[in-house]
Ligand binder design. Structure first.
Ligand code: NAD
Length: 334
């Protein structure tokens, strides 16, 4: 009695990560797909043995309400489409996993949570690192003050987008909602919050210079740096860029330090603390994530990465953008 998942949007992440992971999950399986491309429907149907009746397009998607094979809809579309498909899935009385960033505005994130509540379904965000040993150890080191009180956090997540075509949705603000901050910087926001076990009280931020205008001409920043202030006087210094590579989550405490790099990649994580190498396995985190989320849905419990966490992060992202647009003005987060 595995729960049936339907993936919405069969792009890179669905194809390369989620569908293969769903061949190894124990609490859920790939039961259906939603795609606007008939050739993909045919290909996936054959490859994963998906019955014709579990294949939808964006027009007939709402009929998924009548399909008992589908328990969970997993939204893996460009960011600005997350809200619409999460709300339509909720109205079809399906639990929802929505990819990060949850939405492109706080207002949309709130509407998504309301729709799920009104329809009595659960909402979880695709925050896979909460199911991964290196990042779980960082949560423990920080939140349980293994090396004493945390004094500072440093996080960087950058991915060079200037090697491929500039004609992609991630560089189009209408579809992405923003640039590297929305897409990869969000992992730094997450990392700082789960190191400290709380949300920041204020942020300050600066956009970097645009040196590749052919890529960054659609309202999307090339790079951004920001500081998150926490209520105990601790700060997290973060950077994110689409024009270089970086991948770090580090912390300093009274009696020790840690440094995970790469911290956010699917594979190859490595880390070190003041006491030596972090000796953890690299796990198939999407398997653990979807199994954990399916289990919480089945038990009618909130996921450890619920819609409310996505909303919290949207508030932080909006505050960071507000600060950067206003020359680094300090923006408080309520
Ligand atoms: P992608 O471009 O590879 O796939 C996007 C899919 O959406 C494609 O199948 C495309 O056909 C479809 N689509 C439907 N309408 C579209 C439109 N108007 N414009 C463009 N595409 C449209 O993207 P991806 O890398 O698979 O990312 C999808 C989502 O998953 C994003 O929200 C991204 O942030 C998230 N993601 C999360 C992780 C993670 O580690 N959690 C990793 C990668 C992507």
């Amino acid at each position: 009695n595995k729960m049936g998942i339907a993936l919405v949007g069969l792009g890179n992440y669905s194809t390369e990560q989620l569908a293969p992971a769903l061949q190894e999950t124990e609490n859920c399986y790939l039961a259906g797909i939603v795609t606007g491309t008939p050739s993909k429907a045919e290909e996936w149907k054959n490859k994963y043995n998906i019955p014709e009746k579990n294949i939808y397009n964006y027009e007939n998607f709402d009929q998924i309400a009548d399909n008992p094979d589908i328990d969970i809809v997993y939204v893996v579309l460009p960011n600005s489409m997350h809200a619409e498909y999460t709300i339509r899935a909720a109205k079809a009385k399906k639990h929802v996993i929505c990819e990060k960033p949850m939405a492109t505005s706080v207002a949309d994130a709130q509407r998504m949570i309301e729709a799920c509540n009104q329809n009595n379904v659960k909402l979880a965000i695709g925050y896979r690192l909460h199911y991964e040993p290196f990042n779980k150890r960082v949560m423990e080191l920080g939140q349980q003050q293994v090396f004493g009180k945390v004094q500072s956090v440093e996080a960087a997540n950058s991915q060079d987008m200037t090697k491929d075509s500039p004609d992609v949705w991630r560089l189009d603000k209408e579809l992405s909602g923003g640039g590297p901050l929305m897409d990869v910087g969000i992992y730094c926001v997450q990392g700082a919050c789960y190191t400290l076990g709380k949300a920041p009280v204020a942020v300050t931020a600066q956009f970097g210079e645009i040196t590749n205008p052919e890529y960054f001409n659609n309202g999307v920043e090339q790079s951004i740096s920001w500081k998150m202030e926490f209520d105990n006087g601790v700060a997290a210094e973060c950077t994110s860029s689409y024009a270089r590579e970086a991948n770090l989550l580090a912390g300093k405490a009274e009696n020790g330090w840690w440094r995970v790099s790469p911290a956010y990649a699917y594979e190859g994580k490595e880390g070190e603390t003041s006491e030596g190498e972090m000796d953890y396995e690299n796990v198939y985190e999407q398997v653990h994530q979807m199994d954990g989320q399916a289990q919480s849905f089945r038990n009618n419990q909130e996921s450890i990465v619920p819609g409310e966490m996505g909303l919290r992060d949207m508030k932080i992202l909006e505050a960071i953008y507000e600060s950067a647009r206003n020359n680094g003005k300090r923006v408080e987060i309520s």
